[in-house]
Design a protein around this ligand. Structure first.
Ligand SMILES: [Zn+2]
Length: 354
């Protein structure tokens, strides 16, 4: 990966952006894309897009959500302990013992805790804690001390940042889906290098609030009004113990982006993506999904009278934990695949399934 791209990837992943609090990631996205986009826009919902040929009537929308899961301060006790709610879907096994940042007036470190294992009742040992059984301790001695730095509603993220593992593999919190926001920006950069097709506008959108109901894809799809679009999100790597290929299909890390096929996907868009993969020499893994997906592609397809929608993904392990793991080459190939799609769209491309 180019040094400049890698720096952007690290910066957007490390920027705290729980759903509803995406501004830090949006700032990173704007800074990077303004170097090559014709126009960069943030709407009232917080969606941020960079566009080539923004005035063209034929339009392609690329969407990668820039929100991540996190927590939110809900209550501060008289003893200065902080109770919290989850933003997005959490495995409640994960938070216990983790260090967090509370993003309030200043960035405050804390730890997620409960009583020690020695003092758990037998009935408590057998059962997983719920998020509301846990608290954040910032070291405050009482409510007044805590309230000096923390307010109700402040967003919270884990203290995990981008880290290189062996080879081309990296881990971080929030690859879901700052990876996607990175990929749409990179795809736009690749299209800009070659020049967008005449009469076709390309919009790379870092959407907000996907983890709480695909909410930013809905408003940004309406604003842009594209005839076709691609969403990119993390996909489940099946190459770990306990996941049967007979049940979940095949999606291995390092073997290329996934391309989904099913009712959420327009057949012309799917076939175009497969042509790009073949002609541009990109390995892809086809994934089946019979209904609406849980991704921005779902909201996009149902925009206005319908958008011809495709869905691509990068296989990752340990989704929705602070140590999501992926392979950089898959991310780069995903950006090439999306760019290849944009370069093949023409003002008269017919997306009607026939
Ligand atoms: Zn997610």
């Amino acid at each position: 990966m180019r040094d400049e791209s890698l720096e952007f990837f690290k910066a957007i992943v490390d920027a705290p952006s729980p759903s509803g609090f995406e501004q830090p990631a949006a700032r990173v996205f704007r800074d990077y894309t303004s170097k090559f986009a014709d126009e960069v826009v943030t709407d009232v919902h917080g969606n941020t897009w960079a566009a080539l040929n923004p005035k063209a009537e034929a339009r392609v929308m690329l969407a990668g959500h820039m929100d991540e899961i996190g927590f939110q301060v809900a209550h501060i006790t008289d003893d200065g302990l902080i109770y919290f709610m989850g933003i997005g879907g959490h495995d409640s096994m994960v938070p216990l013992g983790q260090r967090v940042w509370i993003h309030g007036r200043e960035r405050v470190p804390g730890v997620i805790s409960r009583k020690p294992v020695h003092l758990l009742e037998n009935s408590e040992k057998d059962k997983r804690p719920e998020l509301h059984d846990l608290w954040i301790d910032i070291g405050a001695k009482n409510k007044e001390e805590a309230e000096a730095v923390v307010s109700i509603g402040d967003p919270v993220t884990y203290q995990w940042e981008f880290q290189h593992l062996m080879g081309d593999r990296v881990c971080a919190r929030g690859f879901d889906n700052k990876m996607g926001a990175f990929v749409v920006a990179e795809a736009l950069r690749l299209v800009a290098e070659k020049g967008a097709p005449e009469g076709v506008g390309v919009f790379a959108v870092a959407t907000v609030q996907e983890e709480v109901g695909l909410r930013g894809a809905k408003t940004s799809a309406y604003a842009i009004g594209a005839q076709s679009g691609l969403a990119v999100d993390v996909d489940f790597a099946i190459d770990v113990p306990g996941l049967a290929k007979t049940r979940y299909g095949v999606a291995d890390m390092g073997k290329g982006p996934t391309v989904t096929r099913g009712s959420n996907i327009n057949p012309v868009v799917f076939e175009t993506l497969m042509t790009v993969a073949k002609e541009d020499g990109i390995n892809v893994q086809v994934a089946a999904w019979p209904g609406g997906t849980g991704t921005d592609a779902n909201a996009m397809q149902l925009n206005q009278s319908g958008m011809a929608t495709g869905l691509v993904g990068v296989p990752i392990r340990y989704m929705h934990t602070p140590c999501e793991l992926l392979e950089l080459r898959d991310v780069e190939d995903c950006a090439r695949l999306m760019a290849g799609y944009c370069l093949r769209v023409r003002p008269d491309t017919d997306f009607t399934p026939r």
